[in-house]
Design a protein around this ligand. Structure first.
Ligand code: GAR
Length: 192
């Protein structure tokens, strides 16, 4: 990632599909003086994403694309991103898979948070899989997005112990709290 120039913050879009707790955390982080980013766009593939409420709360532009026609949707997203001068895309619980072509266009500028210690447990149901496998640790990863699902270069990871009492719900909650610390730390790292 290119270095920050002067005090200008890097315009960032956050793509969501659900609750948006990582989105809110990133918005709060962006408002800290030392943060290298500003959140200028919230994009969702569904108008049912609860996280869209942060658009009103923090006065941030929101856009919803249904992704029914991926090719034209991605074309429209590209136009929007160019127009708004967005330089970084953070996926935060975004459940659509972006095409290789789109990812290539923004090569090295799309990052994702994933609720496992990658390369373990790519895809879905990460916590259930970790518990079923009797893993001692769980965690989360921020990584660059490449055409291969959850396989891009790892930027940062954090891990926690899985306790005997944990089920996938309690573990998801613990990992989510960890994610909130990790995402901003990883962004600080890529701009340092
Ligand atoms: C987070 O746990 C994130 O890691 C996960 O979805 C959740 C979204 O929560 N992402 C993925 O599973 C992507 N493969 P949030 O909407 O509260 O940020």
């Amino acid at each position: 990632m290119e270095k920050l120039i002067g005090l200008k913050k890097v315009k960032t879009a956050v793509f969501i599909s659900g609750t948006g707790s990582n989105l809110e955390n990133l918005i709060k982080f962006s408002k800290i003086k030392k943060s290298p980013i500003s959140i200028d766009l919230i994009l969702s593939n569904t108008n049912e994403a609860k996280g869209l409420k942060y658009s009103n709360q923090y006065i941030i532009k929101k856009k919803i694309f249904d992704f029914k026609d991926i090719k034209s949707t991605e074309k429209n997203i590209q136009i929007l991103i160019k127009k708004d001068n967005i330089k970084l895309i953070c996926l935060a619980g975004f459940m659509k898979i972006l095409s290789a072509n789109f990812i290539k266009k923004f090569n090295g500028k799309i990052i994702n948070i994933h609720p496992s210690l990658l390369p373990k447990y790519k895809g879905l149901n990460t916590h259930k899989r970790a518990i079923n496998n009797k893993d001692k640790f769980a965690g989360c990863t921020v990584h660059y997005v490449t055409a291969k699902l959850d396989s891009g270069k790892i930027i940062m990871q954090k891990k926690i112990k899985i306790s005997a009492k944990d089920n996938s719900t309690s573990l998801a909650k613990k990992v989510r709290n960890l994610e909130h610390k990790l995402y901003s730390a990883a962004i600080m790292k890529i701009f340092s």
